[in-house]
Design a protein around this ligand. Structure first.
Ligand code: AMP
Ligand code: ZN
Length: 466
């Protein structure tokens, strides 16, 4: 079955067909964080959905070229750096660093590129694009010195957000990066310098100023992925005005269709409201880790609900995620104890076992896919209880688990064995070889005193945390 994805542009499920079918390459652009503070877990819901998309496409044999930008100049970064009396780059640097740390904790695959808006080559490209837009009458410099996009010149303006422009009366020009659908109007491409910008600014044919947020993504996407890309993602708040503006800018410059599939995840909510910095109802990843949860637990909690549905964040939800993962861990550990030592060479398990990927093909139906997984966990646990699961079948199930876990990435954290425990373990292996079982038991107790349980399996000693 082909992979089907819900395209925000058409509001329909569409079969995924890449621009370059022969090479199996997929160009994926994902809007990244605005680095004016720590990303909150709502932002990470979006990045995790994108990670799941990438991993599933890879499971289906595609090579995904993902780009995720960092917005390191915009209204908010400038405002906050000024409040802190810091140079913009000094202010954003620690948030960039924290962002990369958080990606690692959540096991989000790093993008192939993480372009930063302030990099000189991208600023140059933004200026170049704005020049072309003016030349072609899509943009104009207004009395305030700023350059605006003339939305009435772009007939498809409003198609992505499904705006009824006929009945919406444009409210005039808009200088802010973010605004409501009710305030449709010409948006800023280049913002003329003013007092509030301090020393942030670049010279341009229209005087000193800085780019609007939307042109940043058009320029970075075009520079790194070309004029046409396969999939562009973000959270649902990005649909308007950000992605609407990106289409208008990129397509007016290139004359080509910018994006084939637009995908947006629904928001992470708190008490029925969007989790957001401006509402102050947010948790950073660090907040949740400080409550004793691990990165993989947060990953699982945010991944397990389909991206097309809103997800309410609660600590009960975190506890559920923990319980589900424990169940999986226990199952994997039981299978490992029981499995035949080497792959049996039989094709991996029953036809059923493709159902995980099939569910994922259905617009990343992760809750259906996890339903399949837990059904197999239940059935094989029952067989294990009854002594009816063969070691060869256990090995097949483990092979299957490893395959789908390349998409889920929720295996337990590798815990480093302390040096002393390793030494005792080696000594115990020697004692067992010499059939000195009394010494072997003493050593097991010594290992237990350090917080570790050692079990003897046919593959040798196995260590787990007590
Ligand atoms: P920002 O740093 O505000 O530009 O947002 C970065 C990404 O997070 C964008 O793709 C947003 O659409 C997304 N986002 C922001 N808030 C939420 C939320 N509560 N739930 C899901 N995604 C969000
Ligand atoms: Zn963007």
């Amino acid at each position: 079955m082909a992979t089907r994805l819900f395209n925000t542009y058409s509001r329909q499920l569409e079969e995924f067909q890449p621009l370059a079918p022969a090479s199996h390459g997929v160009k994926l652009y994902t809007c990244g964080p605005t680095v004016y503070s720590y990303a909150h877990i709502g932002n990470f819901r979006a990045y995790l959905f994108e990670d799941l998309l990438q991993r599933h496409l890879e499971a289906r044999g595609y090579h995904v070229h993902r780009v995720m930008n960092l917005t390191d100049v915009d209204d908010k970064t400038i405002r906050n750096s000024r409040q802190q009396n810091m140079a913009l780059a000094d202010f954003t640097a620690p948030f960039k660093k924290a962002f990369f740390e958080d990606l690692t904790v959540l096991r989000i695959k790093p993008a192939a590129e993480f372009p930063e808006a302030t990099a000189p080559q991208f600023i140059a490209r933004m200026i170049e694009m704005i020049g072309v837009l003016i030349e072609r009458n899509y943009a104009y410099q207004a009395e305030d010195g700023s350059v605006y996009y003339r939305i009435k010149e772009f007939p498809n303006y409003g198609k992505l957000a499904h705006l009824d422009l006929e009945n919406l009366r444009p409210t005039g020009r808009i200088r802010n990066d973010e605004y409501e659908k009710e305030n449709v109007g010409d948006f800023a491409l280049w913002k003329a310098w003013d007092e509030a910008d301090g020393d942030v600014g670049w010279d341009s044919p229209w005087g000193r100023g800085r780019p609007g947020w939307h042109i940043e993504c058009s320029a970075m996407a075009g520079a790194l992925l070309g004029d046409e890309i396969d999939i562009h993602c973000g959270g649902e708040d990005n649909i308007f005005p950000h992605h609407e503006a990106e289409i208008a800018q990129s397509e007016a410059v290139t004359g080509k269709r910018f994006v084939r599939y637009w995908m947006h995840c629904k928001h992470l909510m708190v008490d029925g409201q969007k989790m957001s910095k401006s509402l102050g109802n947010f948790y950073t990843l660090r907040d949740v880790l400080a409550k004793g949860y691990t990165g993989r637990e947060v990953r699982y909690a945010l991944l397990r609900v389909n991206y097309g549905l809103p997800l309410n964040f609660t600590f009960e939800g975190m506890a559920d995620a923990r319980a589900s993962l424990r169940r999986l861990d226990a199952w994997v550990s039981r299978l490992t104890d029981h499995a035949a030592p080497a792959p049996t060479g039989e094709p991996h398990a029953l036809a059923d076992h493709d159902r995980f990927e099939q569910a994922m093909d259905d617009d990343l139906n992760i809750s259906g896919a996890l339903g399949q997984l837990f059904e197999i966990v239940r059935e094989s646990n029952l067989l294990l209880d009854k002594g009816e699961l063969s070691p060869a079948h256990a090995r097949q199930l483990l092979g299957w688990w490893n395959r789908i876990n390349a998409t889920l990435a929720v295996e337990p954290d590798a815990e480093e064995t302390p040096a002393e425990v390793s030494r005792l373990l080696d000594e115990r292996a020697g004692a067992r070889k010499d059939k000195d079982f009394r010494r072997s038991d003493e050593l097991r107790d010594a290992i237990a005193a350090l917080g570790w349980a050692v079990k003897d399996t046919k593959d040798g000693q196995k260590l787990t945390r007590l």
